[in-house]
Design a protein around this ligand. Structure first.
Ligand SMILES: [Zn+2]
Length: 178
């Protein structure tokens, strides 16, 4: 950040009084510009033992697979965001059934909230951000063509829970090494 979004004056990096981290501070209007993690809401949409995956039509990771996920918007709840992303990317309707995983990515300042959602019908197609949308049995998940490590991690946990016959809430922090 170079300029104050409030008054347009140049900002400087310094540790404000009473704080312990450097922030972008406006010397003119004294506004402190905090930069905090963003929430990504995702949905593992289920239909008769299969899950819905999308092949990305946009960078980054164009052509690779993910479950529907994206940044939350102001004015919606986390589960509404997960259902909206499923509608946008896969044109599928889901009833969100539970929170499945909270996965922190400290190195890029993101937190993934992954939900399970029951598809209301086996109706789906590629939204504008997807090349292709498909229901996969767990035995056919394209593990080598996953768009993001966090997506692969969440689906691996999901597949293990299905094999075990018991779902649990997963809480984990992923490094940039996986
Ligand atoms: Zn300012």
């Amino acid at each position: 950040m170079k300029f104050c979004s409030h008054c347009g004056a140049p900002v400087t990096q310094k540790i404000p009084a009473g704080d312990n981290l450097p922030r972008h501070v406006c010397e003119q209007c004294d506004l402190i510009h905090y930069h905090n993690p963003k929430i990504v809401a995702g949905c593992i949409a289920e239909w008769e033992g299969q899950i819905l995956l999308c092949r990305r039509a946009i960078e980054p990771r164009l052509g690779l697979w993910t479950f529907p996920a994206g940044f939350m918007e102001i004015g919606e709840s986390t589960e509404q965001a997960a259902a909206r992303e499923t509608k946008e990317e896969a044109e599928a309707d889901v009833a969100i059934t539970s929170l499945y995983a909270v996965l922190s990515l400290p190195h890029i300042g993101q937190v993934y909230l992954v939900f399970r959602g029951q598809m209301t019908a086996p109706i789906y197609k590629a939204g504008s951000e997807s090349l292709e949308v498909k229901l996969f049995p767990l035995s056919a998940i394209p593990w080598d063509d996953m768009a993001f490590p966090v997506v692969k991690d969440a689906l691996a946990r999901y597949a293990a829970d299905v094999r075990r016959g018991q779902f649990q809430l997963h809480l984990a922090s992923l490094s940039d090494r996986i």
